[in-house]
Ligand binder design. Structure first.
Ligand SMILES: Cc1ncc(COP(=O)(O)O)c(C=O)c1O
Length: 383
């Protein structure tokens, strides 16, 4: 008899990010699809990693992460957000924010629970909720500015609502939650007894003088949130897949119960290298906003001569472009066609939705060398 398997995620295939990057490679297209830098991480960080590997630091780290790194994280959070957290009971180092999100959802969602996700959203949220036996309730962000739609959010809440997943700065739109939004959310989660997963992997990438408002800075959110961060985004080492979760002790204890049986630990020499680098260059994250804003401006300025319409991104390293004046084709088909025919790859925004609204948007990653951004803009201006 053939062994049978019934898919727990029947609607999930290979992610769009993998597919578009593969298609870009196949056709030699400029790849502005997947969210990763095409330039290298700081040299001191890479050197530290090599040093620790060669020094023989290659065995398991403690399950919750190396103390030296958790201490540096606590210092950075205090410096950047004015919030203190206990490295022993509130900070867990995880192999990527994606794993942390999975563990947080698994730790707190039970069969039948409802989880509010705000569309468009990062593609891991829904599968995590489904694997936990929960039901994702998709609430679209407001058009065209991708702000919170308070009315729709409140209409989606009910007796089974358990968890709200937030993401600011927001992938794919680049929108950010304002201080007023955070105050509103504080009241909302208290009123409805909700837990929160706050995905803040782009925390340092906010532009035009904006501030990032972390769930950690708002007491009623702080006491019920799993806040997730990614070293991959902050230090341009997405391939190192290392991040951390900050949550109150009781929530952290539950997260760690899951984490220890999903991956158990994050990679040891990576953690040592990050701890060294953070100790030696504590101000590095503060340089990121200006660095990426300049790249955003370079890309956007060059696109003023194009037929795309857009609002410069407020955060993240993504820029949405509206192609309504160019084509009526759906975004998925167009994204693939332009990769093959025009030599430029982007991500169709419809893939971030349960039910995509009628819009014509592609997401471009501007974490790329200036020459690549200039070449991409040149192609886009010819379309
Ligand atoms: C919104 C969002 N959350 C989480 C992640 C994943 O971060 P990591 O690579 O640390 O797992 C990404 C990566 O693209 C992201 O865009």
């Amino acid at each position: 008899m053939q062994p049978m398997i019934t898919s727990k995620l029947p609607r999930v295939g290979t992610t769009i990010f993998t597919r578009m990057s593969a298609l870009a490679a196949e056709h030699g297209a400029l790849n502005l699809s997947q969210g990763f830098p095409d330039f290298d991480a700081p040299e001191a960080l890479r050197e530290a990693m090599a040093r620790h590997v060669m020094a023989g630091h290659n065995q398991y780290a403690p399950m919750q992460g190396l103390a030296a790194l958790r201490e540096q994280i606590a210092l950075q959070v205090l410096r950047c957000r004015g919030v203190s957290c206990d490295p022993d009971t509130e900070i867990t180092v995880v192999p990527g924010a994606t794993e942390g999100i999975f563990c947080a959802v698994m730790a707190c969602v039970a069969p039948g629970d409802e989880v509010i996700v705000l569309d468009p959203c990062y593609d891991s949220y829904q599968p995590c909720v489904e694997l936990a036996g929960g039901r994702a309730i998709h609430v679209p962000l407001r058009q065209p500015d991708f702000a919170l739609d308070r009315e729709r959010l409140e209409a989606a809440l009910g007796a089974r609502s358990r968890l709200l997943i937030l993401n600011s700065p927001h992938n794919p739109s680049g929108s950010t939650l304002s201080r007023e939004d955070m105050l509103y959310l504080e009241a909302l989660v208290q009123r409805h007894g909700l837990l929160v997963v706050s995905d803040e992997v782009y925390e340092h990438l906010v532009f035009d003088g904006r501030a990032h408002h972390s769930a950690l800075q708002f007491p009623a959110l702080r006491e019920r949130s799993f806040a997730l961060f990614s070293f991959g985004k902050t230090f341009s080492v997405t391939g190192w897949k290392t991040g951390y979760c900050i949550a109150p002790a009781a929530l952290t204890a539950e997260l760690r119960k899951v984490h220890q049986f999903v991956s158990f630990v994050a990679v040891t020499p990576v953690q040592l290298a990050l701890a060294d680098f953070m100790r030696e260059q504590p101000d590095y994250p503060a340089t990121l906003a200006a660095f990426y804003q300049r790249k955003r401006d370079l890309f956007c300025d060059a696109l003023h001569a194009s037929r795309f319409s857009f609002t410069p991104s407020a955060g993240t390293y993504f820029q949405l472009l509206d192609y309504s004046r160019i084509s009526e084709e759906d975004d998925a088909g167009l994204g693939e066609r332009w990769t093959r025919e025009r030599g430029i790859a982007a991500i169709p925004v419809s893939v971030f939705y349960e039910q995509p609204p009628p819009q014509r948007l592609l997401r471009f990653c501007f974490a790329k060398n200036d020459a690549v951004l200039e070449a991409a803009a040149e192609i886009l201006c010819r379309i």
